[in-house]
Write a protein that binds this ligand. Sequence first.
Ligand SMILES: Cc1ncc(C[n+]2csc(CCOP(=O)(O)OP(=O)(O)O)c2C)c(N)n1
Length: 377
Amino acid sequence: MATKTKDRSAPAAPSQSKAEKPGQAARPQGNGASPMSPEILKRLYYYMLKCRLVEERARTLFKQGKFAGNYYAAVGQEATEVGATIDLEKDDYIAPSHRNFVTNIMKGTPLEKMFAQLYARKTSPDQGRSSPAHCGNAETNVITPASTIAAQLNIGTGVALAYKLQKKPNIVVALSGDGSTSLGFWHEALNFAGVHKLPIVYICENNRWAESVSVKLQTAVEDISVKAQGYGFPGITVDGNDVVAVYRVAREAIRRAREGNGPTLIECKTYRWYGHSEIDPAKYRQPEEVEAWKAKDPIPAMERYLQGQKLWSDQWKEKITGEINAEIEKAVQFAEQSPYPEPEEALDHVYSFSIRERELNRKPWSFRGSVSSPAND
Ligand SMILES: Cc1ncc(C[n+]2csc(CCOP(=O)(O)OP(=O)(O)O)c2C)c(N)n1
């Protein structure tokens, strides 16, 4: 039986009855629906703030040349990332994209391990193998993002199939961008999940741009959520900067998936504040567009919401900001003091017969004692 890791005391969300019909887009509101517990509202805010502070620190470190590779910030998209994943259980999986580094936080990956990933150190989840942006963690059920965009959806869909075959009550939340919807992988994943009614929720973060390509050149429809109609399951468009709205819709979709009623596609309309990566000045965008979206910053919006609910105090914000920043500093120090992997360790955990056995004379861990080398490999 799956164990719960998060507070689940919030009352049930209203049924998204409009969205129960395949592909029909609904526009739920965060405000005005059934009340939510103070605990979950404050947790939503806490995690958005944490994601923002972690990302801004990561951006600064990159610009200071502290780590190589690249970094793909999702600053501005916190409401979507947090709202869609906060309700997951320990055994559920997240299949993130290159932009969803901070979703690791939502599954409980320690910041130390995340910063070690940025710094490519041996203490990172992949022991210093992959790029900074490709942070997954087997220990917390976060799938390593794929370099090929949208491919994380196929892997996440495979996990959902496994859970269904094993009759486990667990689900997958898979995230991708608007640009990913132009790829065959995206459609293959959704089609397969629709046919087999898999326990998976697809979150499309429509942040308007895929590198320098506008969403208008990716799709001829206004709402990407209508594409779910082709796969026989509900599609919902939601304000991706309204964390309460995203949370309510995602919770309903997660419940549907967990109860065996199949996938949901949730399109979250949002925006990334910065370039595609830290080396992209994003000159293809109009400054007015960027400013208009920055005015919709989900974090102060949630602050105002909490103030309206009488759940706010400046001291509380100061306290949690201090705690998060201290945690980040500790994690940065941990990463900087961690060793790099040794060059010969690059071949550990690699599925290969010949290099290991012929050149290093050691058996690969995955085939230890059970499979012999093919004669002519
Ligand atoms: C198949 C493939 N084509 C192109 C790329 C290069 N690439 C990496 S990220 C990206 C843009 C992805 O845009 P989107 O899916 O909207 O996600 P976002 O970056 O906006 O979060 C592209 C084109 C790639 N990694 N894989």
